[in-house]
Ligand binder design. Structure first.
Ligand code: PMV
Length: 339
């Protein structure tokens, strides 16, 4: 019997991935950039055990069994890992041995906080250790086939997922832009507005967007390439002003595309919109950008803020939103804020 346990953190996109050009291979229509939180914050923890005596592959997510054999994405990740094991000549675990996989999140799965990104990154990384295959950028192509954004969680710090040009997806890889200690005073506050599951799953939302949104074509061709260059420069030079503006504009454009989808996908709610207004008012009062918001496919806000501005921003949030945030509402780089 062989067993491996790993943790992988959540990543939050600054330039969003939205829309696929190939469904099964999960090839995106545009590049994206994210920041990975550190592993003692929001993360998934996975134990993979291989044994000659297991009769079937089985998986438990937060203690509940999920139908492993029915999930084409899980199967695809496992097949890819087996392929890489054969290619690298690794014979540590015979490919016929079945697996038992147990994965837990240290945050509510239902809160829509990129749980699939951390989950698939953790699964693929654990499998890579179990089968002893090389850690290189090809592994990101395996995580990508579990959940697109998962490829970015294999690295810490700031990460770019390159859309690639090849039909087989071999160049659709994630690469680190800057390591996690590059911008040590960059913090993320997560405001949990609502921890219910999102109404339109991202797979369906993306399919509909690519089919029906006119704005997405403009975004992919005219907007994202330039934003990627400018955000990389902002990260390299620790330019929070440029970083904040690009991040907020990209979140807004992603949600504009969701609304331009027909029928529309509405992910933000009234509280999300008041957080947007609050951040703009707050920045205006401060005379420069002190906070930047971004929203994924749900109503919860992620606020980027430099460490020196956290206490002031937090007290302003708690004054303006005393009752609007879900229980335990605010996380500082993933840690609940003491009341
Ligand atoms: O990887 P998925 O299918 O969970 O899609 C993620 C989509 C966004 O979170 C909205 C954007 C992103 O780049 O992470």
């Amino acid at each position: 019997m062989f067993s491996v346990t790993c943790v992988a953190p959540v990543n939050i996109a600054l330039i969003k991935y939205w829309g696929k050009r190939h469904e099964e291979l999960i090839l995106p229509v545009n590049d994206s950039i994210s920041m990975t939180l550190s592993t003692d914050e929001l993360c998934a923890k996975t134990t993979v055990t291989a044994s000659e005596s297991f009769e079937t592959n089985r998986m438990w997510l937060n203690g509940e069994e999920v139908p492993f054999e029915e999930s084409s994405r899980l199967q695809r990740c496992l097949n890819e890992v087996h392929r890489l094991a054969v290619a690298s000549g690794s014979q540590k675990v015979p490919p016929t041995w079945k697996l038992h996989i147990a994965s837990v999140n240290n945050f509510p799965t239902a809160a829509g906080l990129a749980s699939s990104a951390a989950g698939y990154a953790c699964l693929v990384y654990s499998l890579s250790r179990l089968y002893d295959i090389p850690l290189n950028e090809e592994l990101t192509t395996v995580a990508r086939q579990g959940s697109g954004s998962a490829c970015r969680s294999l690295y810490g710090g700031f990460v770019q997922w390159h859309r690639g040009a090849l039909d087989d997806g071999s160049d659709s890889v994630a690469r680190q832009i800057a390591p996690s200690d590059h911008w040590p005073n960059m913090h993320v506050l997560i405001l949990v507005v609502n921890d219910a599951r999102k109404k339109t799953a991202s797979t369906r939302g993306m399919q509909q967007a690519v089919k029906t949104s006119q704005l997405i074509k403009h975004r992919v061709d005219q907007v994202v390439p330039d934003r990627i260059i400018r955000l990389r420069e902002a990260i390299a030079s620790h330019d929070f002003q440029a970083f904040a503006e690009i991040t907020m504009k990209d979140s807004n454009q992603f949600h504009a595309i969701a609304l331009d989808t027909y029928p529309p996908c509405v992910y933000m709610n009234d509280v999300s919109h008041s957080i947007v207004s609050f951040v703009h008012d707050y920045n205006e009062r401060m005379g420069s950008y002190h906070a930047a918001y971004t929203f994924d496919a749900g109503p919860n806000a992620c606020l980027y803020v430099l460490a020196e501005h956290v206490p002031h921003l937090l007290s302003a949030i708690q004054k303006v939103f005393p009752n609007d945030l879900a229980d335990g509402g605010t996380y500082l780089r993933g840690l609940p804020i003491p009341k």
